[in-house]
Design a protein around this ligand. Sequence first.
Ligand code: NAP
Length: 523
Amino acid sequence: MIRLQSYIGAAWRDGSGQGRAFGDPVTGEDIGIVDSTGLDMAEALSFARDKGGAALRAMSFADRGAILNAIADALLAKRAEYDDIARRNSGNTKRDAAIDIDGGIGTLKYYARLGKNLGDAKYLMEDGRDQLTKPGNFLVQHMWTSRPGVAVCINAYNFPSWGLWEKVAVAVLAGVPVFAKPASTSAWLSERMVRDAAQAGAIPEGVLSLICGRADGLLDAVTPFDHIAFTGSADTGAMIRSHAHVQSAAPRLNIEADSINCAILGESVAADSDVFNLIVREINGALTIKAGQLCTNIRRIFGPKALAAQLTDALAAKIDAIVSGNPANESVALGPLVNRSQQVAALEGLAKLKSETQVVRGGGAPEQLVDADPAKGAFLQPTLLSVGDGSNLKAIHETEVFGPVATVIPYGSMDEAIALAARGGGSLAASVWCEDGAEAACIAAGLGPFHGRVMCIDPEVGKGHTGHSIVMPQGVHGGPGRAGGGEELGGVRAVKHYMQRTAVQGSPSVLDGLAAQAATAFL
Ligand code: NAP
């Protein structure tokens, strides 16, 4: 059995307890143990703050970017070994694994380039000054400097690579060391990647720590200049928000939680047109990629009343062709959920959805699989549900089934589609699929207050888009309300979460002196 270690105080350490087992979701067999019992969180955080923080604050953006680049190169050198871990521990197909692994490395490379472009400066000045008095010799300009804390980055199980590296990239570029805690059930890949980066000498002392296991006492050890960047379920997010020490120490807190995202097919689209076929392809992907375990995934599909039945039929035909089973078999497009307890949770959620929908395809655990035993694996059938009218229903707008499940909901007007989308209570991502760009723009504007990201596809974009579920580092990620109210990524905007904005009031020469040593950015 593999026993994962934690990387704290710049050394690999074992927990001293029994720990928790993690396994293979195809066979149900245990692979290893994850355990952080007895590791001193307060001491580990102090080391990261004192060593890693001081080192990063002394560096320029370009130097910090060079660290990210070195980590990315160390991971690329071992890239071939990661698919196997992702398959065995998370049930990933090659395509699933690529989204997580290459998405993480790509985000590191993106922020490495950004650091290089920001150059030799150690802090940022916002563009523009405002005059505060009539003569014009007293002005204000805003400066961003690195906060002297540590970024405690707690991640969900579905992205052991991307979830880790997208947070590391931003915090390190901002000059803040990272203390990462991956989800226990899939921490193996995170552990291996950090080990490879450390072995390659890419992690200066204290810049990145990793805790594998429950991390008891972690929340009690944070101090006011720290950050907690949490990604996971709404329930754990609520627990962290209400944690007594977190409330009194008041570190910065960013919550990325769950979300009932939607795709909207516009009224301008004709059945079997290119745009119609594009949305069908995208939803089919949503029902297979990572077995539907993406926080941004399409859960609700809004179709105009006149097209909803054709859309449902087209999706059903696609689902009939999905091959489920062991991802080691190359014909398989849909692997298992991450473990049996996630399967149980998904089935419970599905029962709620089924109480107010019709089942078009799937609806439970499969009876037949390629190269896998349904009695042992954590599989869920690709499931399409439909309703006649979504306006008076509750579960379809409020229950996240973290698996390959989506519901088709007809709408009568653009305003109704927007109102139904808003019933998700705040979401990470929506996509709008229209023949007419003006219609897409109207829907996007209506969706704005309820969504962190809106992807609009019209014939001008066609199939050359990045995907509904895929988070690109250039755009912000996060969503209002139920989605947690947090924000990550979005190019240089992201560093502000780890830096302090200070309004500097003074003469033009004082501000010129500051600006001369700063990188200028629009934040
Ligand atoms: P989860 O059960 O909420 O766990 C998330 C993380 O919190 C894990 O690392 C977990 O560690 C940790 N945690 C739990 N209790 C803790 C405590 N007392 N102190 C410190 N850490 C603690 O979520 P999950 O099941 O891993 O992930 C699935 C959910 O995440 C879905 O609802 C999905 O929508 C959401 N998600 C959201 C986003 C986004 O960007 N908004 C992205 C991905 C996933 P252990 O594993 O050790 O318990």
